[in-house]
Design a protein around this ligand. Structure first.
Ligand SMILES: [Fe+2]
Length: 335
């Protein structure tokens, strides 16, 4: 990981001065490396973080159409995810399933975790380059279709542990017409279902060309959306942690997935992904292949208080390893 540390003065103002004077050089390094860590500076509040992120990217955004529950902390700073600590958040380029994925991401460590909770990164240019050419060609040729099933404010309680936030939380409205308009803007097909549920479906290319370097990038949410992905992910988590905590969740997720295979239609899952050309299932072995490559290329560093992690979202993914105890990681993103 390319890391920037203080040359003596570690104040926020010293960092901002440095970011202003070295801005072009840092952008070049960010494109080359995919991620840069700013470590050792006195950034004590979400507002400090916002000031730093705004220097790097004056066009920060605050509309979020992703799948994680997030709370707003300042105008442009949100909690990275309110999902419980035992959930694995698999590697992904932020909102790669939308035509308007953010260009750059900024994470900030407001409360340092002491047991897990890293935000690993992975260069998805390497994942593309190292994929089995036969599997890669198939994804390039066929594209991917994303399926999401949301509950609504009047849905009877869901018992699905994978259930996403509700559609009224996602769109911040209960007005069906507003939801439909938003979906149209984002190329999402919206279908209202019984029990106040909403199905969102959209098709995307599986890869994307990097806008500056022209390199090809694995750029889709297979390893997040596919119904086999969480169970596969926890096998990797257990291999890394080798503790009872991960063993418990690995067994639980693999058991749940086993029964889902038997009793639940894939298209009824909270999230799933199929090939876009004819809606056929993507084999589990393909998901495993991609997740193995991601774990081979992943870099997971423990957070330190005040760290800022900048990510080129068009080449490099991020995720979250499970954790116990306190942790507060915040996020901001550009257009
Ligand atoms: Fe994310």
């Amino acid at each position: 990981m390319y890391t920037v540390t203080p040359n003596g003065d570690s104040s926020k103002n010293a960092l901002i001065d440095r970011l202003v004077s070295d801005k072009d050089d840092l952008k070049t390094k960010l494109i080359e490396n995919g991620a840069i860590l700013l470590r050792g500076y006195e950034l004590r509040t979400p507002e400090d973080f916002e000031d730093v992120a705004l220097v790097l990217e004056p066009g920060l955004q605050n509309n979020y159409a992703g799948t994680s529950p997030r709370n707003s902390r300042t105008k442009f700073v949100h909690s990275a995810s309110e999902l419980p600590g035992h959930y694995p958040i698999m590697q992904h380029c932020e909102m790669s399933f939308l035509p308007t994925a953010p260009r750059f991401l900024f994470f900030y460590c407001f409360v340092e975790p002491n047991d897990g909770g890293e935000t690993p990164v992975c260069d998805f240019r390497k994942v593309y380059a190292q994929m089995d050419p036969k599997i890669r060609d198939e994804f390039e040729r066929r594209g991917v279709k994303l399926i999401r099933n949301y509950t609504g404010p009047n849905t009877k309680a869901s018992t699905d542990v994978y259930q996403l936030k509700r559609w009224d939380e996602l769109f911040k409205t209960t007005d069906h017409a507003v939801v439909e308009e938003e979906c149209k803007k984002n190329d999402l097909t919206a279908t209202w279902l019984e029990d106040d549920k909403l199905k969102l479906v959209n098709s995307r290319p599986a890869m994307q060309k990097h806008p500056e370097t022209g390199e090809m990038v694995w750029f889709n949410h297979l390893q997040v959306f596919h119904r086999e992905a969480a169970a596969i992910e926890y096998r990797h988590v257990f291999k890394r942690r080798r503790d009872l905590y991960s063993l418990k969740y690995m067994l639980a997720l693999n058991t749940i997935t086993f029964f889902k295979r038997l009793f639940k239609k894939p298209s009824d899952e909270a999230m799933h992904m199929v090939f876009a050309d004819n809606d056929s299932e993507i084999p589990r072995s393909y998901v495993e292949h991609v997740q193995n490559l991601i774990w081979d290329n992943m870099e997971a560093n423990p957070w330190k208080l005040g760290d800022v992690l900048m990510i080129d979202n068009f080449s490099t993914s991020h995720g979250r390893l499970p954790y116990k105890g306190p942790r507060d990681i915040l996020v901001a993103w550009s257009a």
